[in-house]
Design a protein around this ligand. Structure first.
Ligand code: 5GP
Length: 129
C-alpha cells in the first residue's frame, strides 16, 4: 500500500522510529496519545527540537494522508499542536517541518514532523549549493 501510494519503498518495520514505538530503543518522551508519540530529537538542531510521529506504519505524508483513518490523522495533528503549546512555543513562534523522500532529505522512513523553536530560525530553505 505504501509503495503504490507514494512511489517510495514499502514501510520498513525495522526503521528506528518503529523500534522506538515498540520500546526496543529508548527515547526522551514529551507527549503520547493513542495515535502519536513526541520525543526529543537525538541530534537537536535548535534549542527545542522535538519529533512527532504517528503510531501507525506510514512512510510519508502521502501514505499517511491516503491510508490513515480520520481518527489517526486528527489525533496526530492534534498532538502536534498540543506539543507546541506544552513546550511554550506558541508565543515566540516555531517551525514545523517534514522531510519526504530522497530530495526532501528524509533519513527515517516513518512519517514524522520536526518542531523547532527556542531561537530565531532564519531562512526557511537554504540556498541550493
Ligand atoms: P529526517 O531526516 O528523517 O527528517 O529526520 C530524522 C531525525 O531523526 C533526525 O533529526 C535524527 O537526528 C533523528 N533520529 C535518528 N535516530 C534517532 C534516535 O534513535 N532517537 C531519536 N530521538 N532521534 C533520532
Amino acid at each position: 500500500m505504501s509503495a503504490a501510494t507514494t512511489g517510495l519503498p514499502p514501510y520498513d518495520a525495522g526503521n528506528i522510529f518503529a523500534r522506538i514505538l515498540r520500546g526496543e530503543i529508548p527515547c526522551k518522551r514529551v507527549h503520547e496519545t493513542p495515535h502519536a508519540l513526541a520525543f526529543h530529537d537525538i541530534n537537536p538542531q535548535a534549542p527545542v527540537h522535538v519529533l512527532v510521529i504517528p503510531k501507525g506504519p506510514y512512510v510519508s505524508l502521502a501514505d499517511f494522508s491516503a491510508n490513515a483513518s480520520d481518527a489517526e490523522i486528527g489525533g496526530f495533528w492534534r498532538a502536534v499542536g498540543q506539543v507546541a503549546r506544552d513546550l511554550g512555543l506558541e508565543s515566540r513562534g516555531y517551525r514545523v517541518l517534514s522531510n519526504m523522500g530522497p530530495e526532501g532529505g528524509q533519513e527515517v522512513p516513518h512519517f514524522h514532523v520536526h518542531l523547532f523553536g527556542g531561537r530565531r530560525l532564519g531562512r526557511m530553505v537554504p540556498a541550493a549549493p
